[in-house]
Design a protein around this ligand. Structure first.
Ligand code: PEP
Ligand code: MG
Length: 536
């Protein structure tokens, strides 16, 4: 008989999922810490040796019963024993690559060459090379099992999940995430919301076994294991209602966002990179309100060069077909570390060298990004946005750097700032900026002194707190006085509980994850200033 157990935490990404438990202690290990080049080379050699030993064991086990299989493995074993195999990867590590990235790239290139050789024997060996790649990369992560594949209705249970571990999983609708720790405003929660994967965090230690039935309620922030018949029936009913609501929201996508009393509200989208746009019709939004470029920089070999960045930015501008695209300069640091770029071991990374502070301290990286942005600008309507601005000097410096890169005033993209540090919200008129976008995620954490990655203080991370709303209203008023556009790109804009209060501050432009566009349009269309005053 089922004995239902319920864990309560915080909602991090809305939606309900009924599925099966997949416990993962291995997720955290998938995001490896990258060492010095010497350490990475030693790690690669050790991983190759351990992969060779594992294959050697397998050959011994199968050679009598499966001689063909053993022959395939012998080919792989011989490759791993050959020192020449890892030489190109070692050269890349010496140039700053992580061991897993360097080895994977070299093996992919080699497999592609084998496939293109026109020789059947070599073409057939390409899949062996890919197999070897997976095995060595897993060994580098201290993981010698298969890479985690969630079943269609898998509810992933883990202690915590880094943004890069999230991005390394191929998510599908119907799956969900339950974390023992974590916080609703951490970046992994933002990624889950963007991908429409229900998620609850701060659930505390979870006792679960693979295959158990699980209900993850991303609205209530709960996880129920082994639900009894009544809970299961109620959840199935809610799931059906959720599908009806999503279908109704999908119908709102093409509608204009106009309040019930006739005021238009701009709805833009937040993205992490151009690939996300493949499935999105540009007519559903007024533009791209936030591109989090730090995700172009993570999970890869070294930092992207100017050409690669310019190509990514141009792809977004082409997609937008002339609508404004706001690309934020690198906002690394805090809970978005980039190996080899951000500082390790800061006492309080959210108050440390993060965002524009780090960009100004790493001039070469920042200038490369600005150059790529200025190069892409003529392709569409580009706006450059600066994160974590605290003092006017930071904007003065960025404006000067951009001026130095443009040939004439006509080709200069607008340069604006995020308002996410209280000093900027309190004194916006001191700053030289073409536009502002309010980052309510960070603004809330700094106003409430409640770290966005801590589940213990999640209740304090409330963008609807009067103190946060007051600073948002001040920013909207100041921007109007300055005659510059103001928008809000933090997650509060997609929160049905907070959006009415944001509209009441006079805000008429927001930017939300693409999956929330239908929902926010529905809320905007039913909102009116008069009604809000009555209800408030
Ligand atoms: C914010 O802080 O609200 C924001 C949009 O930036 P990020 O979440 O990427 O820090
Ligand atoms: Mg922010």
């Amino acid at each position: 008989m089922a004995s239902e157990v319920r864990y309560s935490g915080q909602p991090a990404s809305p939606g309900l999922a009924i599925g099966v438990v997949v416990v993962s202690d291995r997720i955290a290990a998938m995001a490896r810490d990258v060492g010095s080049p010497d350490e990475e080379i030693a790690a690669l050699k050790a991983a190759v040796a351990s992969a060779a030993a594992a294959i050697g064991d397998l050959i011994t086990r199968v050679e009598d019963t499966n001689p063909e299989g053993a022959a395939i493995l012998e080919f792989q074993f011989a490759m791993l024993e050959d020192d020449a195999l890892i030489e190109p990867a070692i050269a890349r590590i010496a140039n700053g690559s992580a061991a897993d990235v360097a080895f994977a790239e070299v093996m992919d290139e080699m497999a592609a060459d084998y496939e293109a050789s026109g020789d059947d024997y070599f073409a057939a060996r390409a899949s062996d090379l890919r197999d070897l790649k997976e095995r060595v990369v897993r060994a580098l992560s201290g993981d010698d099992e298969d890479v985690l594949e969630l079943p269609d209705n898998g509810v992933l249970i883990a202690d915590d999940l880094t943004p890069s571990a999230f991005l390394s999983i191929q998510w599908r609708n119907g799956q969900a995430i339950a974390l023992s720790t974590g916080s609703p405003t951490a970046h992994v929660a933002i990624l889950a919301r963007a991908r429409d994967i229900p998620m609850a965090v701060g659930l505390g230690p979870i006792k679960a076994a693979d295959g158990e039935t699980a209900i993850l309620d991303g609205e209530a922030g709960t996880l129920t294991l082994d639900p009894d018949a009544q809970t299961a029936r109620r959840s199935r009913d809610r799931l059906a209602e959720q599908s009806r609501q999503s279908a109704a929201d999908a119908n709102q996508l093409a509608e204009p966002a106009i309040t019930a009393d006739g005021e238009p509200v701009e709805v833009h989208i937040n993205i992490a990179g151009p690939a996300e746009l493949d499935e999105i019709d540009p007519t559903i939004c007024d533009g791209v309100g936030l591109v989090r470029t730090e995700f172009l920089f993570s999970n890869r070999d070294g930092l992207p060069d100017e050409d690669e960045q310019a190509a990514a930015y141009e792809r977004i501008l082409i997609w937008a077909k002339g609508k404004p695209v706001t690309i934020r300069t690198l906002d690394a640091g805090g809970d978005k570390p980039i190996a080899g770029y951000t500082l390790d071991g800061e006492g309080n990374p959210f108050l440390g060298l993060r965002g524009i502070r780090l960009s100004l301290a790493r001039h070469a990286v920042f200038e490369t990004q600005l150059r790529a942005l200025v190069r892409a600008a003529p392709v569409g309507s580009l706006r450059i946005m600066v994160p974590m601005v605290s003092i006017p000097d930071e904007m003065t410096t960025v404006n000067r750097l951009v001026d130095g890169l443009v040939s004439d005033e006509g080709s200069r993209p607008a340069v604006g700032m995020m308002v996410e540090v209280p000093s900027a919200a309190l004194t916006l008129e001191r700053f030289t900026t073409d536009f502002v976008s309010i980052g309510s995620n960070d603004l809330t954490q700094y106003v409430m002194a409640a770290s966005r990655d801590s589940s213990d203080v999640a209740a304090l991370q409330d963008a609807a707190d009067p103190a946060v709303l007051k600073l948002i209203a001040m920013t909207v008023d100041a921007a109007k006085r300055m005659g510059i556009p103001v928008s809000l790109c933090g997650d509060a804009a997609a929160d049905p509980r907070v959006l009415p209060a944001l509209l009441a501050t006079g805000l008429r432009s927001i930017s939300v994850v693409p999956s929330a566009v239908g929902r926010v349009k529905r809320i905007i269309r039913s909102w009116s200033a008069a009604q809000f005053r009555t209800e408030a």
